[in-house]
Design a protein. Structure first.
Length: 130
């Protein structure tokens, strides 16, 4: 997958049994922050996260339907998932994900401002040093 994504979410609205597929090295940090009853499946470096995701769907007897791929997912991820779960139809999830990203709470905006300020401070200190 090139730059590995920290997590992928699999869910089916009618069954409401979400599964997170995460790299093994992220599992501890995820579990510390996760406060919802969500199944977590990990993958090791020598395993295919897309095959694990496909197996999670099959384990819930979900073998057909439409899977939305959001805009920042790399083509390699999409291509591997399509190979691992070939009975599904794939569509752009952009109409859902883009509108979700467009709305920020006041808290989210403040965190973004703090992150920008911190980044500016790092650049300032870097270019100011000899």
């Amino acid at each position: 997958m090139g730059t590995q994504r920290a997590a992928g979410w699999l869910g089916h609205p009618s069954q409401r049994h979400p599964v997170l597929v995460v790299p093994a090295f992220e599992e501890g940090r995820l579990r510390e922050k996760l406060h919802l009853p969500i199944e977590v499946r990990i993958w090791q470096e020598d395993q295919s996260p897309t095959k694990i995701a496909a197996a999670a769907l099959a384990d819930q007897n979900i073998r057909t339907g439409r899977i939305g791929i959001e805009e920042t997912a790399g083509f390699t991820f999409f291509d591997h998932l399509r190979d691992a779960a070939s009975t599904f139809e794939y569509a752009s999830a952009d109409p859902v994900t883009i509108s979700c990203r467009a709305h920020k709470s006041a808290h989210e905006l403040e965190l973004m401002r703090l992150a920008c300020d911190a980044t500016f401070d790092v650049f300032h200190a870097t270019f100011a040093s000899p």
